[in-house]
Write a protein that binds this ligand. Structure first.
Ligand code: IVH
Length: 671
């Protein structure tokens, strides 16, 4: 029986890995998403029931869930070197000359894209992903295995092949431009600051403690180097093709992501091609890497103290133009954050006319020492909005006026405030500053908040300008006859709007809570708050201590909630929403079902149980206000132990004095 289960788990895992490969690496799925999910669920179920057969490389690990409290630093088996950079084609010719001096006969080079992400070294033992290390200082790297397992294009278990028993594959983890834009869109919708560029975001994501967040962000990876004691092939190019055979996502020759070049002219053609074309890729590259193909020749060339002599990186110049800074203006967001914007003499850059560049905050202005009329360099790098990277100080006129960051709001004249430790200035006039008011209403009606049909940003603008609404509560006072005669409105749109507003009263409490636009209260936080506080009144009355006691609510969020409800007008608006019949508490039924007996308690569930499955127990813990954690630490309150709990877990729990309870004891505890 047990061998049957074991084989079933193995077969299902293998099948899911093949589908994963077909979908993510080959982009040619052979089953529907639904079928895939069904099979994954089946595997999850089996692993829950028989945890002893669950492999750390199971496809179920792709969705994350493992928490890494601290990344261990581990020495690299093969030093992780970087490349010497060049910025001119002359230097490429110098590289060829140096190589030719040391090597006789014709030389084949391999040109590859230089991916702008974060380097990773992944070790495989007997075809299974064993561990993944970041570059670190080149000698030692940080172990980020759980996070790397969530990257769908990285195989967890290789199908049978002629790979060595033990090898390491290296590559670059990156975030596609599309994934980056999607992430920022959702951050902005939550009132959070957008990330700067895909590279830093990929690097930050790889170091997140919660691998389920990593899984959601959609990191990807290109592999470009194979390291092993057994030599399977004798050139770099062949090693990449081998890696493809084994199931890795490699840069494809047919896309010209990699090419063999037998002369430096061919290398130059490759560089020129990608200098032109890189803007059309869905990922960022910052140059081209040129490598000597033959391993034997690489060995003969060897290394300098820092770099291989057999490879070099050619870095593209970031597209950059010079123009005049005409004015600095300021934009106010819905949270009151004030962002300086450089207004530029229009200039063509990377195919678009640039008139404005973001300056982020006061520190940025001071760092650049900006003066009005300055000749500034504008660059389009990873960021979507161009930025000013430098000033031609020698071209500055003596009479040029220094840019001094405004101390008042450009829209309502209020004196700006800046919190200690923060770089951003804020307009504190939350109840009277027009862009903040309009921004809040736009957020409130948004798809992820109250999702009001028949009402868009332009109509909000119109209603605001006509002084029909000043805040989102005013929407519920609108009458058909107030709006029907507005420009571009008409009877049908007016009725749709009124109906949409009415229908929004049925939105669940958590959506309303998100819609209120409290800084740092995004969708997920709103759900947590709704579940724990249960009603808006409880939230209004909650103390700082009560708020931070809620799972995942930190000091910053708690402070922001207290600040929000500290403003009398906000409380009045909420009071009105309540009177109009919006849902300001969790549904009756749901509330009665909620029982918080495990509030604040953290559990590690391990082993096999009689009455419930491991997942059912975990769901119960969550539903009753408790928290599931992946591993035992001094902060764990209980270890819920079933049959076959690992001896090391037991030992650790005993050592830390953590209470171990049985399934029976747990059932008693919650009844
Ligand atoms: S080869 C010893 N190939 O660029 C040579 N590196 O400074 C090892 N990179 O940190 C690197 N694309 O993360 C190589 N096609 C490519 C690359 C690449 C990006 C990164 C790599 C390394 C840095 C080199």
């Amino acid at each position: 029986m047990s061998t049957d289960i074991k084989s079933k788990i193995e077969a299902l895992s293998q099948e899911l890995e093949v589908h994963n490969y077909n979908y993510y690496v080959k982009s040619a799925p052979t089953i529907s998403d639904y079928e895939f999910d069904q099979k994954l669920k089946e595997l999850e179920q089996l692993e829950t029931e028989y945890p002893e057969y669950a492999s750390p490389n199971s496809p179920t690990k792709r969705v994350g869930g493992d928490i890494t409290k601290k990344f261990n630093t581990i020495p690299h088996e093969y030093k992780m070197l970087s490349l010497s950079n060049t910025y001119s084609k002359e230097e490429i010719i110098d590289f060829e000359t140096r190589v030719k001096k040391l090597i006789d006969g014709p030389i084949t080079f391999v040109c590859e894209l230089k991916y702008d992400g974060v380097a990773i070294g992944i070790k495989y033992v007997n075809g299974e992903l064993n561990r993944a290390l970041t570059r670190g200082d080149g000698e030692k790297g940080e172990e980020v295995t759980a996070n790397v397992r969530t990257i769908r294009t990285i195989p967890l278990k290789l199908p049978k092949g002629d790979y060595p028993e033990d090898f390491e594959i290296r590559g670059e983890i990156y975030l596609s431009k599309q994934a980056f834009a999607k992430l920022n869109e959702s951050r902005l919708a939550k009132g959070e600051v957008a990330y700067m560029n895909p590279r830093n975001t990929a690097s930050g994501t790889l170091k997140l403690q919660d691998s389920s967040i990593v899984a959601e962000r959609g990191l990807d990876c290109f592999l470009y180097g194979l390291y092993s004691k057994d030599q399977i092939v004798d050139s770099h190019y062949d090693s990449i093709l081998k890696a493809q055979e084994w199931g890795f996502k490699i840069p494809k020759p047919e896309n010209r992501f990699i090419a063999k070049c037998s002369s430096i002219e061919e290398v130059m053609n490759f560089i020129n091609h990608w200098d032109q074309e890189r803007k059309n890729l869905d990922f960022e590259i910052d140059g081209i890497v040129i490598k000597v193909d033959s391993y034997e020749k690489q060995e003969n060339l060897g290394f300098t103290s820092k770099f291989p002599r057999w490879a070099i990186a050619y870095k593209f110049k970031a597209e950059n133009v010079s123009t005049i800074l005409e004015e600095v203006t300021y934009q106010v967001g819905r949270t009151g954050a004030v962002t300086p914007v450089a207004n530029l003499r229009p200039v063509l850059l990377a195919g678009t006319t640039v008139k404005r560049a973001s300056l982020h905050n006061e520190d940025q202005i001071n760092k650049l020492d900006l003066h009005i009329g300055d000749s500034v360099y504008v660059e389009k790098g990873g960021e979507i909005i161009p930025k000013i990277t430098g000033v031609q100080i020698e071209a500055r006129s003596n009479t040029a006026l220094k840019v001094v960051f405004t101390d008042t709001c450009p829209n309502c004249n209020s004196l700006l405030v800046k919190k200690a430790g923060e770089a951003q200035h804020y307009c504190p006039n939350h109840v009277g500053c027009p862009p903040q008011l309009k921004g809040k209403i736009e957020h409130f009606i948004g798809r992820k908040a109250m999702d009001i049909d028949g009402l868009g940003v332009e109509t909000v603008d119109q209603l605001f300008e006509e002084e029909l609404i000043k805040n989102y509560a005013d929407l519920y006072e609108l009458k058909f006859e107030d709006i029907v005669d507005l420009e571009r409105m008409g009877k049908r749109s007016a009725q749709n709007l009124i109906d949409g507003v009415e229908a929004s009263k049925q939105m669940p409490f958590e959506r309303l809570l998100f819609g209120l636009g409290i800084r740092y209260v995004g969708e997920t936080v709103a759900k947590k708050l709704a579940k724990h506080a249960k009603s808006i009144d409880k939230l209004i009355g909650a103390s700082f201590e009560e708020l931070i006691a809620i799972d995942e609510i930190g000091e910053k969020i708690a402070e922001s909630i207290i600040d929000f409800f500290g403003i009398q007008e906000n409380v009045e608006i909420v009071q009105r929403l309540k009177e109009y019949g919006l849902k300001t508490e969790v549904e009756e039924k749901a509330a009665s079902e909620i029982n918080d007996v495990l509030q604040g308690k953290s559990f590690v569930v391990s082993g096999v149980f009689e009455e419930f499955s491991r997942n059912e127990l975990k769901d119960k813990i969550e539903a009753l206000g408790g928290k599931n954690v992946g591993s035992i630490s001094s902060k764990t309150d209980f270890v819920l132990a079933g049959d076959k709990m690992g001896p090391s877990k037991k030992e650790k729990a005993e050592k830390l004095g953590i209470k171990i309870i049985s399934e029976r004891e747990f059932i008693e505890m919650i009844s």
